[in-house]
Design a binder for this molecule. Structure first.
Ligand code: GNR
Ligand code: NI
Length: 167
């Protein structure tokens, strides 16, 4: 297991569109283990491979209280919006540390994805799980929560994070 470096906004690599996984092999198991370790270490509830500079369609998450219920989704696809009624959450992002944004997303979605063994599964989400999965799927398409806020707010965040990085 290894901790991975998390890319920070506005790193242009966060804008990469990730490629589907074609081989369900040991290297996939290794990267998902490292992603889970990195997510738990950062006290995150989700992580997309894009954030650790691996441009493959892999997300990991764990919304359980005790952080003992990891979920690994490979090549996740949105099948349908089950309930378009919006849920609003104060979203954080390990790539935008220290900033939280209240965003609204569909409260329930149906997702198809593969597990580490290459078996397909269907998940119908609600509430926080909907929010986190949609947040992670955005990362795989190079999108970030800061894209949903005003330009002026995004500029302010960009300047503060660059300053913190000494750029
Ligand atoms: O740790 C995280 N918390 C969170 C809270 C509300 C909505 C989404 C998230 S995901 C985030 C970790 C992260 O950056 N995933 O990409
Ligand atoms: Ni994020």
């Amino acid at each position: 297991m290894a901790l991975l470096k998390v890319l920070l906004f506005p790193d242009p690599r966060l804008r990469t569109v990730a490629e589907p996984i074609t081989q369900f092999d040991d290297s996939l198991k290794r990267i998902t283990n490292d992603m889970l370790e990195t997510m738990y270490e950062g006290s995150g509830i989700g992580l997309a491979a894009t954030q650790v500079n691996v441009h493959k369609r892999i997300i990991v998450l764990d919304i359980s209280e005790d952080k003992d219920n990891p979920l690994i989704l490979i090549n996740p696809k949105l099948k349908k919006i089950v309930d378009s009624k919006k849920v609003s959450y104060s979203e954080g992002c390990l790539s935008v540390p220290g900033f939280y944004e209240e965003l609204s997303r569909p409260s329930s979605v149906e997702i198809a994805a593969f597990n580490l063994e290459g078996e397909e599964m269907n998940i119908i989400t609600d509430d926080l799980l909907s929010v986190v999965i949609q947040h992670e799927m955005d990362h795989l398409d190079g999108k970030m929560m800061v894209d949903f806020i005003s330009n002026i707010k995004r500029e302010m965040i960009r300047k503060k994070l660059n300053k913190a990085k000494g750029i």
